[in-house]
Design a protein around this ligand. Sequence first.
Ligand SMILES: N[C@@H](CCC(=O)N[C@@H](CS)C(=O)NCC(=O)O)C(=O)O
Length: 208
Amino acid sequence: MELVLHHYYRSSSSWRVRWALEEKGLAYRAVAVNLLASEQRSDAYAGVSPTALVPALSLDGQVFTESVAIIELLDDLAPTPPLRPADPRARARMRQLVEIVNAGTQPLQNLSVLTRVSPDRAAQIEWARPVIERGLGAFLRVVEGAPPGPYCLGDELTMADLFLVPQLYNARRFDVPLAGFGRLLEIEAACLARGACARAAPDAWQPG
Ligand SMILES: N[C@@H](CCC(=O)N[C@@H](CS)C(=O)NCC(=O)O)C(=O)O
């Protein structure tokens, strides 16, 4: 399996996919797409991704976008460790958490939205902060009803964790106060203690 990941080091969606690849021990070549230099809108990248967003994963020459689809594909092709619970209710709960981030939070604080809101960073932060606070608040309420354990849904790491931790990273970039999110911060610490999460984190990657 030849894997090439088009990504940006600080993109939360890219971190999700790098993390899944690391958990599964899959070797891949990383190609940087510099969002701040608008490389995602270049002609060259239009030939890679139909969405002009990162990440995009090329698998034996076939390109997949959308981190949910990519991670589920990886989970099907390399099932160990599983990133989705087998139980249908637990799986739906996991997908609920994933969508709170993927559909309800991250898109509203994405670069292309922020630049339409305002060119001014302070105004962008003012827009993004309540969006992220609301998303994390919903996420927390669901996690509080889940079985206890180090991760979002108990003892096993799932995709819900892969979506939470990069969103917390985004929250800090937008000065979201995190004091009320202690349970989520505990989960984050448990995740960052995993080599796979830390190796995939923005800090482990060079800009560009
Ligand atoms: N739902 C998509 C989101 C992809 C996405 O929004 N990527 C962001 C970075 S996290 C991006 O490429 N932004 C560039 C832009 O808005 O122009 C996924 O999960 O892959």
